[in-house]
Design a protein around this ligand. Structure first.
Ligand SMILES: C[S@@+](CC[C@H](N)C(=O)[O-])C[C@H]1O[C@@H](n2cnc3c(N)ncnc32)[C@H](O)[C@@H]1O
Length: 276
């Protein structure tokens, strides 16, 4: 497996998320989501669960400066989002919960929510909030991962994690994949009184320079970092190496061709309209 000497490993989890996981994974989904939403110049756009702001930044390229708001409840993610967007106020980043959006009704042309819905304790309430803040006929675009077995790299990772760190170790990662079928997202959107609901199953090709890179950044740049907290550096490194070896041993050789770790990643991407 290749080393990581060219990657800077210092920094907080949100900084590492922005530096490594966004370009490899979420930027691809963001380009697709923004395209599906058909964002036009000067439209008002809200990015719910914006994280470090990749969706908001791509949306802002289409609307122009001053039209996009990002919202998240994680201060660390918001502070990286502000830095990554240039810190010039072109995008406003707000601390808040998806369950209680701090905006007046009938405010936005477009609401986007990428890979966040699965974490919300009340998904119906969050979607009703998104509908409330949309203008009549306003557009929603929302994505969630499909079952983890449908994304072989992530599946090999959680199986390895459980073998190395115990059977609860992968709960956070498995939780990202809690939607079992496109119909579950469709039903939530209908129940939140959206119209013209459509959910597509979409696949992106994901590639990391090596298995070790993939495992390391899953374990350092996401909430899974808590699994390694408090352990000496030598033990953390040994655990990362063990998980990476297990992932390599159990992955289809085609996923490891040329030393690169590559696999298809699947998500359900929903679009819908607020009642006109
Ligand atoms: C996997 S990240 C996705 C971030 C970003 N949308 C992206 O695609 O890179 C999930 C984000 O959801 C946020 N989140 C979780 N629960 C939330 C809630 N109730 N309200 C607002 N944001 C929430 C987390 O803080 C995190 O930044």
């Amino acid at each position: 497996m290749s080393g990581l000497s060219h990657w800077q490993l210092d920094g907080s989890a949100p900084e590492l998320y922005e530096r490594y996981l966004v370009p490899a994974i979420t930027a691809k989904w963001a380009a697709d989501l923004v395209e599906r939403a058909g964002i036009r110049p000067e439209e008002k756009v809200l990015d719910v669960a914006c994280g470090t702001g990749i969706v908001a930044r791509l949306a802002s390229l289409r609307t122009g400066s001053g039209h996009v708001t990002g919202l998240d409840l994680n201060q660390g993610m918001l502070s990286v989002a502000r830095k990554a967007s240039g810190g010039d106020g072109a995008i406003e980043f707000i601390d808040g919960s998806a369950l209680d959006l701090p905006f007046a009704a009938v405010t936005f042309d477009v609401v986007l929510c990428q890979l966040g819905l699965q974490f919300f304790p009340d998904q119906g309430m969050a979607l009703r909030e998104m509908r409330r803040v949309l203008l009549p006929g306003g557009r929603l675009a929302v994505s969630v991962y499909s079952p983890i077995e449908r994304t072989p790299g992530a599946h090999a990772f959680v199986e390895a994690l459980d073998r190395v760190l115990g059977s609860d170790a992968s709960l956070i990662k498995r939780g990202e994949h809690s939607f079992g079928a496109p119909g579950e997202l469709e039903e939530l959107l209908f129940n939140a009184a959206f119209e013209s609901v459509r959910v597509d199953t979409v696949v992106q090709g994901i590639a990391f320079p090596s298995v070790l890179d993939y495992v390391r950044f899953q374990l350092l740049a996401t909430p899974m970092a808590g699994l390694l907290d408090g352990r000496p550096e030598s033990e953390r490194q040994a655990l990362i190496d063990r998980v990476a070896s297990e992932v390599a041993d159990t992955s289809d050789p085609a996923m490891l061709a040329g030393g690169v770790f590559s696999f298809p990643q699947e998500a359900y991407v929903g679009t819908a309209l607020a009642p006109g």
